[in-house]
Design a protein around this ligand. Structure first.
Ligand code: ATP
Length: 360
C-alpha cells in the first residue's frame, strides 16, 4: 500500500508546450492517501487517462514528480511500481481456467501454492466466481471475463495501489449496479489505495470517499460526494454533478444582492472582493429553489414539468435564461404569477468559473 503524491506535475504531449492549452494535464499538486478510495471524474478528453498513465508509469510526465510513500518513482518503469491495473476491456487468458487466470499475478511473483489457493478462493468468493473456477475463461460472458480482470487486479495483497480505468464499461447495466456496490465493499475488505477513473458521476459517487473532478486538463475540485454537491468549487462541477445540474446564471453583485437581468436574488453574504473585468455568475441547485404563488422572488414562466418518479422538474424561464427547479412529489405547482425563491444560503457566487467565498 502507498500514499501517492503528485508534486508540481504537468504533462504536454507536445515537444515545446507554450500556452496552457498545449497541456493535456495542467499543473497539479495532490496527495492520494494510503488506503483511500478515489474517483477521477470528468468528461472525455479532460486528461483522466493521461493522469492514470503517469501514476502507473506508462507515461513519463513532462514536468514534476510522482512519489510513492515519499519515494520518487517518476522514472521507474511500470513493472517496478507494484501497481495493479484494471482496464475498460477484459484482459484474460482465454485458454486457461478462471482459477489459473486469478492465480497468475501471484504465481508470477513466486507466491507459495497454499497462499495462492487461499487468495484465489477468497477473491473468487468476493466476486461470486467460485462456481466458475474450473471453467475455461473462453466459455464465459463479457461480464464474467471483466469480473476476472477485477479479480486479477485485487488478488495480490502487496500492491501499492489498484488503478481502475472505466472498468464497468462492458458490463450489463443490471450487473453494473451490483458491481459498483461490490467494489466499494471490496475496497473496505482489501484496504488498498484505489483510483477509479470514470466519466459517470453515479459510479464515482458510489465508489469513492474522495472524488477528484477534472475539467480541461485541470483538477477543479477534490472533495467528498456531499461537498461536490453542496459546495461546487467550479461552475463545471455544479453542472456536471447532479441531475439536472446546477443552474448557472450571469449576474451582477451589489452588497448582498445578485441581479440577473432586472431580477433581484438575495444572498446570505457579501462579496466586496470581486474584481473589475471578471465574469460573474451565480449557481443555484434545482433542489434549492422553492416555488411560490407571487410575492418575493423571481418572476418565471414554467414551460413544462417533467415527472421523473419521486420528483418533478419544472423547466422554467427567467427572462432569456433557462432555470430548472426540483419540485418534491407532494408540493403544489402554482399557476399564474409563479415566483421562484432561491434559498439565500445556497446561492453560490463564481468569478471566472471559480467559487468565491462570501464575507459575513
Ligand atoms: N498519446 C497522445 N498524444 C497526443 N495527445 C494525446 C495523447 N493521449 C491523449 N492525448 C490528448 O490529451 C488530452 C487528454 O486525453 P486523455 O485521454 O487523458 O483524456 P480522458 O479524460 O481520459 O478522455 P477519455 O475519457 O476520452 O479517454 C486530449 O486532448 C487527448 O486528445
Amino acid at each position: 500500500m502507498a500514499a501517492i503524491t503528485l508534486d508540481h506535475l504537468a504533462h504536454s504531449y507536445k515537444a515545446h508546450p507554450e500556452a496552457p492549452s498545449d497541456y493535456a494535464l495542467r499543473r497539479l499538486d495532490i496527495t492520494w492517501r494510503d488506503g483511500g478510495a478515489y474517483a477521477l471524474l470528468g468528461p472525455s478528453g479532460c486528461g483522466k487517462t493521461t493522469l492514470l498513465n503517469i501514476i502507473s508509469g506508462l507515461v513519463t510526465p513532462s514536468e514534476g514528480k510522482v512519489l510513492f510513500d515519499g519515494r520518487d518513482v517518476t522514472n521507474i518503469p511500470t513493472e517496478q511500481r507494484n501497481i495493479a491495473q484494471v482496464f475498460q476491456f477484459p484482459v484474460v487468458y482465454d485458454t486457461v481456467s478462471v482459477y489459473d487466470n486469478l492465480a497468475f499475478p501471484l504465481r508470477n511473483r513466486g507466491i507459495r501454492q497454499a497462499e495462492v489457493d487461499r487468495r484465489v478462493r477468497e477473491i473468487a468468493g468476493m466476486l461470486d466466481l467460485n462456481a466458475d473456477l474450473d471453467r475455461r475463461a473462453s466459455h464465459l460472458t463479457a461480464d464474467a471475463k471483466q469480473k476476472i480482470s477485477l479479480g486479477r487486479g485485487l488478488v495480490r495483497a502487496d500492491t501499492a495501489a489498484i488503478l481502475f480505468d472505466e472498468p464497468l464499461t462492458v458490463i450489463d447495466p443490471q450487473l453494473k449496479w451490483e458491481l459498483r456496490a461490490q467494489l466499494k465493499q471490496l475496497h473496505a475488505q482489501v484496504g488498498r489505495t484505489m483510483i477509479y477513473v470514470t466519466h459517470d458521476q453515479t459510479e464515482a459517487m458510489t465508489f469513492a470517499d474522495t472524488v477528484v473532478v477534472m475539467y480541461d486538463g485541470a483538477v477543479v475540485q477534490v472533495g467528498t460526494p456531499a461537498e461536490l454537491f453542496t459546495k461546487p468549487a467550479h461552475t463545471f462541477v455544479g453542472y456536471f454533478i447532479g441531475s439536472p445540474g446546477m443552474n448557472v446564471l450571469p449576474a451582477k453583485i451589489e452588497g448582498r444582492t445578485a441581479y440577473v437581468g432586472g431580477s433581484r436574488i438575495n444572498l446570505s453574504r457579501g462579496y466586496p472582493r470581486l474584481a473589475e473585468g471578471q465574469k460573474i455568475e451565480i449557481g443555484i441547485r434545482p433542489e434549492d429553489i422553492r416555488l411560490a404563488p407571487g410575492g418575493d422572488g423571481l418572476p418565471i414562466t414554467i414551460n413544462r414539468v417533467d415527472d421523473i418518479g419521486r420528483i418533478r422538474i419544472a423547466r422554467a424561464q427567467l427572462a432569456e435564461h433557462a432555470l430548472n427547479i426540483v419540485v418534491p412529489e407532494e408540493a403544489r405547482i402554482p399557476g399564474d404569477g409563479v415566483h421562484a425563491q432561491p434559498i439565500p444560503e445556497r446561492v453560490h457566487v463564481y468569478a471566472d468559473g471559480h467559487l468565491v467565498e462570501g464575507e459575513a
